[in-house]
Design a protein around this ligand. Structure first.
Ligand SMILES: Nc1ncnc2c1ncn2[C@@H]1O[C@H](COP(=O)(O)OP(=O)(O)OP(=O)(O)O)[C@@H](O)[C@H]1O
Ligand SMILES: [Mg+2]
Length: 264
């Protein structure tokens, strides 16, 4: 009788555990499904735009090439260049993000000089910065900040955050990058004095089902995958991301990274 009772309690316990597992699997599946929906909506909606433009410009060029004057040709070719660049960056984002979701991103930490990665990122974004005549404030202290992370993940996170700062800040705006040590390791902040994010939207920025996104101050396009990917990469590196923003004033995206063991 006694053992029978115990047996029942044990069974009940097992069922409760199984229910919990099912519950969390259900949540995970729902999230994956939302992610998949987003993926297909991005492919069908956002990639179609630039490709329509490309095909349209090419049609005109092919049909009217003989009669078109050189300056018109030049204008169309630079439109083709801009649109191709946009289609390319959408595709790169999309592929990177889909790799994240299938667990296909490599994470091979080594000792990384954080400032070198930041300098490299700024170099790559020089063109966009110049186009919007924005200033970057960043004090490079070589060798001071050594993190134990995968350099490619860090580079991708920095590119996403600085890209956003450029995109959502007006011409002649200011972007500030600050690095410091805190209790958790190395803290990196990307700050801007741009358009900011409405208070109610900040928490939902990282949800795949979230549709909040804006075009840049110069109408720069985006698909709304940059932040979700950055967040995922920061988690992979063992850090976390903190956002503060005020509409009309600017935003600040801060994240932490583990110190390299040999660091002081
Ligand atoms: N620095 C910022 N200032 C103001 N709003 C921002 C900033 N960074 C992100 N946002 C808001 O968060 C949204 C999501 O950002 P995210 O980087 O994921 O997408 P995106 O830049 O629109 O597109 P993508 O990065 O995929 O090209 C943006 O559309 C924008 O509304
Ligand atoms: Mg972005």
């Amino acid at each position: 009788m006694h053992t029978m009772h115990n047996h029942l309690i044990e069974k009940q316990f097992q069922i409760t555990q199984q229910n919990k597992t099912l519950d969390s699997q259900k949540k995970e599946l729902t999230l994956m499904n939302q992610t998949k929906d987003k993926f297909f909506s991005v492919i069908s909606h956002d990639l179609r735009g630039p490709f329509n433009a490309l095909l349209g410009y090419l049609d005109i060029l092919v049909d009217d090439f003989e009669t078109m004057d050189d300056s018109k040709k030049q204008e169309m070719i630079s439109e083709l260049q801009k649109t191709s660049q946009r289609a390319y960056s959408l595709t790169v984002n999309l592929l990177e993000w889909s790799k994240v979701n299938r667990g296909m991103i490599a994470n091979e930490p080594s000792d990384v000089a954080v400032h070198k990665v930041i300098e490299k990122t700024l170099g790559l974004l020089q063109f966009s910065l110049q186009t919007k005549t924005q200033k970057v404030e960043f004090r490079n202290i070589p060798g001071r900040y050594m993190a134990r992370v995968d350099p490619n993940l860090l580079q991708s996170v920095m590119t996403n955050l600085v890209n956003n700062a450029i995109k959502f800040t007006h011409k002649n705006g200011l972007i500030r990058i600050e690095t410091s040590h805190n209790g958790e390791g190395i803290k990196i902040c990307v700050q801007d004095n741009g358009i900011g994010i409405p208070a109610g939207q900040i928490d939902s920025l990282f949800k795949p089902g979230n549709e909040f996104r804006q075009t840049g101050t110069e109408n720069e396009a985006g698909i709304g995958l940059g932040l979700i990917t950055a967040m995922e990469f920061i988690k992979m590196m063992g850090g976390n991301l903190h956002v503060t923003s005020e509409e009309g004033k600017g935003s600040s995206f801060c994240f932490t990274l583990p110190d390299a063991p040999a660091a002081h």
